[in-house]
Design a binder for this molecule. Structure first.
Ligand SMILES: Cc1cc2nc3c(=O)[nH]c(=O)nc-3n(C[C@H](O)[C@H](O)[C@H](O)COP(=O)(O)OP(=O)(O)OC[C@H]3O[C@@H](n4cnc5c(N)ncnc54)[C@H](O)[C@@H]3O)c2cc1C
Length: 554
């Protein structure tokens, strides 16, 4: 790892290696990744992956090996004081990405355990951590995170599962009786332990519940579009009695805060799923395009093919990676929360992963539509990433609300400061224009409270993700001096151009579509936002794409 990393956009801070408190060292992380690859080669070859997918089967044996004493991959996301390895954000990012490249169903099943233990890590007492996390570490237990309900999906707060307190003879709460149905629970039918969100008199609270408890029923296995190697079921709790010390944190009402507190981590994990699956799909498309001859040439020699089906996706995935790396560094530097950044990472990376996988099918033509090249499976698998752990629309709502507030509070300075970070950089010209134009767009939108219209809010959020990834990518490209520096430089410029165009064009559309601004006001906005310059930032884009194809073809 480098010695110094840029801090968050707008923070003006730099993190030193000494400040990085969490996570494995390079050597240990490489060892974990190598172990993962070796097991995958042995136990999860293409034939096995396709069989698990076709038969809709959870790979119990593989999971046992991953959780067994010789591999113990789950130790990565458990703290050191309970026998874990104390992995950090960077480790989670790299392992999730690598697993998603191999098989997103297995990745989901495995990393759902990380999700399941999070409420205990965040909210558990010292004794609870020692007791439950210690057992998970030692016994390699499979954990399920049981939050969603049939009528409480995106709106978790509307949950109906109840944990009714039972008092002893002195009137003290000694136990709880949990009743309710949890929906779409990953590992639902194979877990040894669940972390369950239920309503108590003090509000939503997490409980640790063992599978062996009386009163738990497993619903039928969901037949899914993708990630078919993961087990997804309803879990039904009927008068399931747990002792009071199974209430995480021993205080009622902290469940939603505990869930929110880990969104920086968990959404980074799902962002990495989108990234890994998208990269795998595009790598396969690039390889295929070098082999497939049509009209006397390989497909990769066709400019329309590469500039439509390869280049935009390589650029967006690299932009997503730059943004995810920034979050990982900040988490490893000890920052807490990062809910909005986690939302941006997940929104951008999973949408990019989906688009890339879709393009990979097209790039393979009819063969892409069959099972042979696996890209159609990747496409089906990656589809879930924009749905679970916060749908794209819920993320747009979070991002839009927060960034609107930040812009109003700072009178537009929030994005102007971000622009300033890259305005003198070689790769940041277009990204600077994009950020400045977005500041003007937020400010003008606010004069009529346009973001209260949900569609406008969602579009502003999408633009925020475009701009913030462009800024971050430019910072990364400027800092990079590796052999890949030209590649990053070109990708960052291309992404900045796209962001500048998008803010200008979508901004104009939003203002016109709202019908709230007369032509003079829109003209003033175009000047303030440097509308023409945002479009003109695309000068030279085609040559950059041509050069990127040369680099990718080497
Ligand atoms: C394979 C799989 C595995 C899963 N694993 C788990 C797990 O391990 N644990 C767990 O607890 N849950 C899990 N889930 C549940 C998942 O997190 C939810 O499906 C997800 O949060 C969406 O909830 P929902 O399905 O009820 O959709 P809904 O909330 O009904 O949403 C339907 C659509 O409406 C949109 N929408 C919702 N609210 C709004 C709004 N306010 N404004 C605009 N649009 C809106 C959504 O974006 C979506 O497009 C899993 C789901 C699947 C499919």
């Amino acid at each position: 790892m480098d010695n110094a990393h840029p801090g968050p956009p707008g923070s003006g801070e730099t993190m030193t290696l000494e400040q990085q408190t969490l996570g494995l060292d390079d050597e240990s992380l490489d060892f974990v990744l190598q172990t993962l690859k070796t097991i995958a080669e042995r136990k999860l070859d293409a034939e096995t992956r396709m069989r698990l997918d076709a038969e809709d089967t959870f790979p119990s044996e593989l999971m046992q090996e991953l959780l067994g004493p010789e591999v113990g991959l789950h130790l990565l996301f458990l703290p050191e004081d309970v026998g874990g390895l104390g992995g950090g954000g960077r480790d989670l990012l790299r392992v999730s990405e690598e697993m998603a490249r191999i098989d997103l169903g297995v990745a989901t099943a495995f990393l759902a355990i990380a999700l399941g233990v999070d409420p205990i890590i965040v909210g558990g007492t010292h004794e609870q951590k020692q007791r439950w996390l210690g057992r998970i570490a030692e016994e390699g237990m499979i954990v399920g995170y049981a939050v969603t309900e049939p009528a409480a999906g995106s709106n978790v707060a509307s949950l109906a599962t109840i944990a009714e307190p039972i008092t002893d003879s002195e009137g003290k709460v000694s136990a709880y009786k949990i009743t309710g149905t949890k929906q779409f629970i990953t590992n639902g039918g194979v877990a040894d332990l669940y972390t369950v969100l239920a309503k108590t008199p003090g509000g939503p609270s997490f409980f640790v519940v063992e599978r062996s408890a009386a009163g738990i029923d497993i619903g039928s296995h969901e037949v899914k579009h993708g990630i078919r190697a993961s087990n997804t079921t309803q879990v039904i709790f009927e008068d399931v009695e747990v002792t009071a010390d199974q209430l995480i944190g021993l205080e009622e009402g902290h469940g939603l805060n505990q869930a929110n507190a880990v969104f920086g981590f968990t959404r980074l994990m799902v962002a990495a799923f989108g990234l890994g699956a998208g990269e795998e799909a595009i790598d396969r498309a690039i390889q295929y395009a070098h082999e497939r001859m049509q009209f006397g040439e390989i497909l990769f020699a066709k400019q329309g093919f590469t500039h439509k089906l390869i280049v935009p996706h390589v650029v967006r995935l690299e932009a997503a990676r730059a943004y995810c790396e920034m979050i990982a560094r900040r988490l490893d530097g000890g920052e807490k929360g990062l809910q909005v950044e986690g939302a941006i990472a997940k929104l951008f990376a999973t949408e990019a992963g989906n688009e890339a996988a879709d393009a990979a099918i097209q790039a393979h033509g009819g063969y892409g539509y069959t099972h042979e090249y696996e890209v159609e499976k990747i496409r089906r698998d990656v589809r879930i990433t924009t749905i679970y752990e916060g749908t794209s629309e819920i993320l747009q709502s979070i991002i839009g609300t927060h960034r609107w507030r930040m812009n109003v509070r700072s009178k537009g300075q929030f994005y102007r400061d971000m622009a300033q970070k890259v305005q003198d950089s070689a790769t940041g010209t277009a990204a600077t224009l994009a950020a400045q134009a977005l500041a003007e767009l937020f400010m003008l939108s606010h004069t009529t409270k346009l973001p209260r219209e949900q569609w406008a809010m969602f579009e502003l959020a999408r633009l925020a993700a475009e701009v913030e990834t462009a800024i971050q990518f430019s910072l990364k490209a400027d800092e990079d001096s590796s052999q890949q520096s030209e590649f990053f430089d070109i990708c960052a410029r291309l992404h900045g151009m796209s962001a500048a165009r998008d803010v200008a064009q979508t901004g104009l559309r939003l203002l016109l579509a709202s019908g709230r601004y007369d032509s003079d006001v829109i003209k003033q906005w175009r000047e303030a936002a440097a509308f023409e310059a945002c479009l003109a930032a695309s000068v030279g884009e085609m040559a950059l794409m041509d050069r990127l194809v040369e680099i990718l073809g080497r």
